[in-house]
Design a protein around this ligand. Structure first.
Ligand SMILES: Nc1ncnc2c1ncn2[C@@H]1O[C@H](COP(=O)(O)OP(=O)(O)OP(=O)(O)O)[C@@H](O)[C@H]1O
Length: 261
């Protein structure tokens, strides 16, 4: 196999010429993005540029005007109902603010996707939930707690456990460390990196957190002017000639992270 096709085989998510808009507000205009197997991609952009819109469009929660989306090589538009179901099961999502169901315990929250997609006996679902709780570093007692009884960091972990309920291969995280203190955020980043290493996950992380970008992301993509304006390593960002990218990656906060690295 030549190098180009080997690289193509490693593309788990491919977005081609994607246009999404609401009325006269075109949010994404012929945007292109590839995500490769096993990487942690950090997705950044100024507030309101369309990071959530892109994620929600890829997850088919929003309609697009044009463009193609392929996940694990399958074009959603051409997929059969069965293929779509199988693809859905390979995707895990952690929405901003955790978005756990408040009336359900942690264990019940984790079992929601299992009930939706699988037909398993309760004892097996309980065992699977126990394993996921352990995987994300929560104490076993967390299983029977309600979201209101958890700290912000525990909510994020519980939401991550739910995102991992079906053993996905590609996980979408929408600002996973927002609202956490720096130590909690660093621990969460470490957890994501560990899960990538041990489970072979591919991670798409929308974030404003410079620490996450510097410490765990293999590659960064910046959304601007309705497109992916630049993608690459931190070094590529530092060298990119754009006022927003410069002030974001070369600003005072970023410089202190580089200094302390
Ligand atoms: N359902 C919707 N209907 C109409 N407009 C929408 C909808 N969802 C998003 N928008 C618009 O799309 C644009 C991009 O919003 P989006 O939430 O994706 O930004 P973002 O980059 O995720 O911002 P932030 O970093 O603040 O979360 C905004 O102008 C927003 O008003």
């Amino acid at each position: 196999m030549d190098q180009v096709s080997a690289k193509q085989d490693d593309v788990v998510l491919s977005v081609k010429d994607l246009t999404v808009g609401f009325g006269s507000n075109v949010v994404l205009d012929e945007l292109n993005l590839d995500i490769y197997r096993g990487e942690i991609l950090g997705f950044v952009g100024a507030s309101g540029t369309g990071k959530s819109v892109l994620m929600r469009t890829v997850l088919r929660l929003l309609p697009r005007r044009s463009g193609a989306i392929r996940i694990f090589g399958v074009d959603f538009d051409k997929a059969t109902e069965e293929e779509r179901l199988r693809l859905d099961m390979k995707l895990g999502v952690l929405f901003q603010h955790g978005a756990l169901f408040s009336a359900l315990t942690v264990k019940e929250n984790i079992q929601v996707p299992m009930r939706e997609y699988l037909d398993l006996p309760q004892a097996m679902m309980d065992e699977l939930a126990r394993l996921k709780i352990e995987l994300v570093g929560l104490a076993p007692e967390a299983a029977d707690k309600y979201p209101s009884e958890l700290s912000g960091g525990m909510i994020k972990r519980a939401a991550l456990a739910r995102a991992l309920a079906l053993d996905p291969a590609l996980v979408f995280l929408d600002e996973p460390t927002s609202g956490l203190d720096p130590i909690g955020a660093a621990e969460f980043d470490e957890l994501i990196a560990k899960l990538r290493d041990t489970l072979g996950l591919t991670v798409y992380m929308v974030t404003h957190d410079l620490d996450s970008l510097f410490s765990v992301c293999d590659r960064i993509a910046v959304l601007g002017n309705k497109k992916v304006m630049v993608e690459g390593t931190i070094e590529d960002m530092l060298a990119f000639d754009d006022a927003w990218v410069q002030s974001y990656f070369q600003g005072k906060r970023a410089r202190s992270i580089v200094r302390n690295a």
